[in-house]
Write a protein that binds this ligand. Structure first.
Ligand code: SF4
Length: 341
């Protein structure tokens, strides 16, 4: 919901400002789906707001729920007709994570990613980003009678650091005690390697988590499969990470999608260990090995056994590694699968 618009409507219609607090609380924290549900304001005001303001900045076109009920994807249509996707995921312990999109489409065209294949449409506005969280809060309340969103990850469609002005505003709303009231540490930003963004995050939100989608540890392979590397090389990334560690002393999550025959061999493990160790502060790096989720882009997932061998090699080099359980695959809501369909 657009807060500025709410303030303007109130100012224009001589409504007392304290009502704004009541409305915000109901919308952002109680997760109401319509103004009619706010019992603390008059009937006239409820009807007035219903006419003047939309709670969500998009309409919901489709919701796909996985059989186990723990991965749910929503296809959303923005006011100008562009489609985005957002995903709600749980590891099954009643704690939910929301994966938000920051752009409609993506310009970076990573070769393994369904979003990248469809090109870039436009940047999302701050409320179009934070409304994805609002939408899932409403959904959980309606469908499960509770709201246990514990994490928000900017890992949906788009590169957050290429839309930093609006992403920044959306984070400010998410941590605002009068709005969503999330802790900064429950928010993670994932980047394909925009170094200016990493430097800005360290400066402006040192408590927000950083995830780096690395996936390849030589410039040759990264240039080929992640064109962003032509502008921001591995050496540039190293410097940005060193700056990040210096300013925050916080852990960085290194994401590594395992693609059969492409980046999962012995040499790849050697190059990855060599590169990560060269950054320094290896105790602040945690590598997530991710099983590839099938898209139309034709890559195959590395076998489970090979993933284990890769993991062992990195661990033997003193690196901290997990194999990330791939959630959301069944609803095509997993990492790299969001195609706006
Ligand atoms: S992986 Fe991320 S950065 Fe790369 S094309 Fe897909 S959405 Fe863009």
């Amino acid at each position: 919901m657009n807060n500025e618009q709410l303030k303007k409507i109130f100012a224009k219609n001589n409504q007392p400002a304290y009502r704004i607090t009541q409305i915000r609380r109901a919308v952002f924290q109680a997760g109401i789906s319509s103004f009619v549900e706010i019992s603390t304001i008059s009937k006239e005001l409820r009807e007035f707001l219903t006419k003047e303001l939309d709670i969500l900045s998009f309409s919901v076109k489709k919701i796909l729920v996985a059989k186990d009920g723990f991965s749910i994807k929503a296809l959303l249509e923005l006011h100008d007709g562009f489609a985005i996707e957002t995903v709600l995921l749980s590891s099954g312990i009643e704690k939910w994570s929301v994966c938000v999109s920051s752009q409609a489409g993506c310009v970076l065209n990573c070769q393994f990613c369904a979003t990248g294949k469809n090109g870039f449409r436009r940047n999302l506005l701050a409320e179009e980003i934070s409304d994805q969280v609002l939408f899932w809060r409403q959904y959980l309340k309606k469908e499960k009678g509770m709201d246990k969103i514990s994490n928000i990850v900017y890992m949906g469609m788009g590169e957050p650091f290429l839309n930093w002005t609006e992403v920044k505003k959306s984070i400010e709303d998410l941590v605002d005690k009068n709005l969503f009231a999330f802790g900064s540490r429950s928010i993670s930003i994932s980047t394909a390697g925009i170094t200016e963004g990493i430097i800005l995050l360290a400066k402006e939100f040192p408590q927000v988590n950083l995830a780096l989608s690395l996936h390849f540890a030589t410039d040759e392979k990264r240039n080929k499969y992640m064109p962003v590397n032509n502008k921001y090389s591995l050496n540039d990334l190293k410097k940005a990470l060193q700056d990040y560690f210096f300013k925050t002393n916080r852990q960085v999550f290194v994401e590594y999608i395992m693609l059969a025959g492409i980046n999962d061999g012995e040499t790849d493990a050697y190059e990855l260990a060599k590169y990560l160790k060269s950054i320094g502060k290896r105790q602040l790096l945690h590598i997530n090995l991710i099983r590839y989720n099938q898209t139309e882009r034709g890559f195959e997932a590395t076998s489970g056994n090979k993933v284990q061998i890769f993991k062992k090699y990195l661990e033997n080099n003193g690196l901290s590694v997990s194999i990330r359980k791939s959630l959301g695959q069944e609803v095509f809501g997993a990492c790299g699968q969001l195609a706006g369909k």
